[in-house]
Design a protein around this ligand. Structure first.
Ligand SMILES: Cc1ncc(COP(=O)(O)O)c(C=O)c1O
Length: 433
């Protein structure tokens, strides 16, 4: 018998303490608890509950036989469709050459951080992934803390102050609005002022607008591209607004001025994944067209999300949390700090302990604010209000008239029952002595 080989664990130091993504992790943990027989309400992972619209699924079926490797930057027809939409919606000139397709915008963001040399700058709370990606690449990370009083927005004053005092000149600033985790979107005035500051400091902005089409008020989403076209990379995808997270397709649109970054990223993609699943790219062409059924779909998904978000936010507020009604997406970010004394008296000192106790005692999963780079002892948490049957809710919304009116509590208690129940459990737990 040959001797057993012992391998030493020579992990790249940048990945030494890398934990699985918090959102995917909570989902797996909930699945395990469910297998043990517990009925867990899952408000941890932010996944759209709505089905992919039928005509887009049919496109995928139609193109399943497309078996060739795609071009690294994406198939031309899809890049043209995205450029057309971008031109007509944002009024900014661009062509298929400015568009880059990736297997999810997450991977494009990783490759962007790899391709661009300078540090990452993010406001907190922030989406869980930007900072771990930077850490994996050994990049410097700078953060700007926001507050509930400022609606968790990065303010132009704070950005200006950062730029004035930072020793480093260039940064990649990532803005995400409507935001994961807060559900809030940047006011148009802020966008304008942030654009001016970024221009003055030659800062590149990645504008993560993956929740744009879920904005709860139709027509209100505005992009910073409008104010800073030459320095903004626009990021979007299929995962949130049309429920196709598992299809893995994301897109960046670059300004002409950043063509060098686009080209470098394209070369990197050609060495990493060779591009994005070809049939999915063909199917995605349909999702970037102006179609009545897409308009109807987004009208009703935003109606369900907006009505539910407002209702749950009011419930959480009544339980004592600091919270603002969301503008888009499917997240709430309550701050239970006003209940700090009570939480302390129960031996709870961090948002992580708070969420662990809520899960243990109410079978409801949410994520602690610390995962979003908030201070560990601040009692914030993210609630992803998506544990309901989106297909049923969508159909029921279409049958509820007039379509311009919000859906009432009765509707939400029937069609979003598990989510309403989960938030009720959290509120009851908070009110307990
Ligand atoms: C803010 C934000 N950006 C980007 C992504 C990544 O989306 P995808 O890689 O599916 O395009 C997500 C997904 O959770 C997100 O919440």
């Amino acid at each position: 018998m040959s001797e057993k080989v012992e391998f030493e664990e020579h992990i790249n130091p940048n990945l030494q303490n890398l934990a699985p993504s918090a959102t995917l992790n909570i989902n797996e943990y909930c699945d395990r608890l469910q297998q043990e027989g517990r009925d867990i309400i899952k408000l941890g992972l932010g996944q759209s509950p709505f089905p992919v619209p039928d005509p887009i699924v049919e496109e995928l079926q139609k193109h399943a036989e497309k078996k060739f490797y795609p071009r690294a930057r994406g198939i031309l027809e899809l890049r043209e469709a995205i450029a057309n939409r971008y031109r007509s919606r944002l009024g900014h000139d661009c062509s298929a050459d400015d568009v880059l397709i990736g297997p999810g915008s997450k991977e494009l963001m990783f490759i962007l951080q790899m391709a661009y040399r300078d540090p990452l700058l993010i406001p907190t709370p922030t989406w869980v992934t930007y900072a771990p990606q930077a850490r994996m690449l050994g990049k410097q990370i700078h953060t700007i803390d926001t507050s509930f009083e400022d609606k968790w927005h990065i303010t132009p004053e704070k950005l200006e102050e950062f730029c004035e005092t930072s020793e480093q000149k260039n940064h990649l600033l990532i803005l995400n609005y409507p935001s994961n985790p807060t559900g809030l979107s940047l006011p148009h005035e802020h966008l304008k002022e942030i654009a001016e500051i970024a221009r003055r400091h030659a800062m590149i902005i990645l504008s993560d607008e993956i929740y744009a089409r879920t904005h709860h008020r139709k027509g209100e989403h505005e992009s910073i591209v409008k104010y800073y076209p030459e320095g903004t990379i626009f990021s979007s995808g299929l995962s949130k607004w049309c429920g196709a997270g598992g299809w893995r397709l994301g897109a960046f649109v670059f300004p002409e001025e950043l063509r060098w970054l686009n080209n470098t990223m394209t070369s990197a993609i050609s060495e990493i994944s060779s591009g994005t699943c070809t049939p999915v790219q063909y199917a995605a062409i349909e999702s970037f067209q102006d179609r009545d059924y897409i308009e109807e779909y987004t009208d009703h998904t935003r109606r369900v999300l907006g009505s539910l978000g407002g209702y749950l936010s009011d419930m959480l507020k009544r339980s004592g949390a600091d919270i603002t009604r969301p503008d888009g997406g499917f997240y709430l970010f309550p701050d239970f700090s006003p209940l700090k004394d009570k939480l302390h008296s129960h031996g709870i000192r961090s948002s992580e302990q708070m969420c662990e106790r809520i899960l243990a005692e109410t079978d409801t999963a949410i994520l602690p604010g610390s995962e979003f780079l908030r201070p560990p002892d601040e009692f914030t948490a993210r609630v992803a209000y998506v544990d309901f049957d989106g297909e049923q809710a969508l159909d029921a919304s279409k049958d509820t008239h007039p379509a311009s009116k919000k859906l009432n509590a009765e509707f939400l208690k029937i069609y979003c029952a598990r989510t309403v129940e989960g938030v009720k459990r959290i509120c009851d737990w908070m009110k307990k002595d």
